[in-house]
Design a protein around this ligand. Structure first.
Ligand code: EPU
Length: 285
């Protein structure tokens, strides 16, 4: 395994929000064993290690990330294999790609993935969802690196998953997963794919963002709450609440992480004071 590495890799190049300082040490493995070796090396020496995929649900501070950041995108991490009704995808494969591969193979159930900007690894970790479906609704099994440095595979029933939260994958790192669909006619699949991309194009911004900022609280969807509080188009520096959807903060390219964080805090304060709602961020900070 030849690891590709870099020092002080700018994270604004690796987040869809286009903000964030450098990762001290950036590692791109191409095999599961290479990934495991890199993580185990860090753990044994007490070096902080984290994994960043597409960075579509991530806000990196201006100070960057200390220690090692593993970016699984090369080799096996980019593989997609279809067998019968099942699709196995590496952690570095985009959900959009899984949706289009399933479409080509006449499999339905994957259309919602068209609306997810991130990669399989991150989507598993946060149980990403859209159009009423969540990642774990469709998982057959997940292969991951566990806390003891072993590579294991567990079936869906062995992994607890909640709304935007999979506790086990906060401690362990997903390497690949198998999803299950059903055969269907091309028109049915095409129709659902179009519905998914239409919903995204008509209700969500095109500008750089990290997807939804907050988890939906019980009271009402976070986007509606931010809207009701009058925050649409409100800005801190170059970070601005999207006019299209209240739960998105957009960056025209020049915003800083501090500006985004400032805007998040302003919204949380008002939600607390005026609606007694404690908004929880969905984006990883
Ligand atoms: N709404 C407003 N104002 C706004 C935005 C929304 O009144 O500015 C209202 C809408 O009219 C609708 C309700 O709020 O009645 C819910 O809005 P939407 O249908 O857009 O869904 P959402 O709950 O805001 C969820 C996911 C999205 C996913 C969409 C589409 C969360 C936090 N968000 O959004 O996921 O794309 O459904 O399925 O669960 C993400 O996780 O990053 C994300 C974008």
């Amino acid at each position: 395994e030849t690891l590709q590495t870099a020092l002080y890799e700018p994270m604004k190049k690796h987040t869809t929000m286009l903000v964030g300082g450098p990762a001290q040490f950036w590692v791109q493995p191409s095999t599961h064993q290479g990934f495991a070796n890199a993580v185990n090396f860090c753990r044994q020496r007490g070096v902080p290690v984290r994994v960043v995929g597409r960075g579509s649900n991530l806000l990196v501070r201006e100070g960057g990330i200390r220690g090692v950041v593993i970016h699984p995108s090369r080799g096996v991490f980019g593989d997609v294999v279809v067998e019968g009704n099942r699709v196995t995808a590496g952690a570095g494969v985009r959900f959009k790609k899984v949706a289009s591969v399933a479409q080509k193979h006449g499999l339905t159930g994957f259309e919602w993935m068209e609306g997810i900007p991130g990669n399989v690894g991150g989507g598993l970790r946060m149980n990403a969802g859209a159009m009423g479906t969540e990642t774990f609704d469709q998982v057959v099994d997940v292969t991951f690196l566990d806390e003891d440095g072993e590579i294991r595979t567990r079936t869906r029933s062995e992994i607890e998953s909640f709304y935007r939260n999979v506790p086990e994958l906060r401690r362990n790192f997903a390497l690949c997963a198998t999803f299950e669909g059903k055969p269907a006619d091309a028109d049915v699949i095409n129709g659902k794919m179009q519905e998914s991309s239409h919903k995204r194009r008509t209700t969500q911004p095109l500008a750089a963002s990290a997807g939804c900022i907050f988890k939906n609280p019980e009271l009402m969807p976070a986007g509606m709450l931010v809207d009701t509080l009058g925050f649409k188009n409100e800005s801190v520096g170059k970070a601005r609440v999207s006019l299209e959807h209240g739960n998105f903060i957009v960056n025209d390219g020049k915003a800083t992480a501090d500006e985004v964080l400032g805007l998040i805090e302003k919204i949380r304060k008002k939600a607390r004071e005026e609606k007694a709602v404690e908004l929880e961020t969905e984006v990883q900070i």
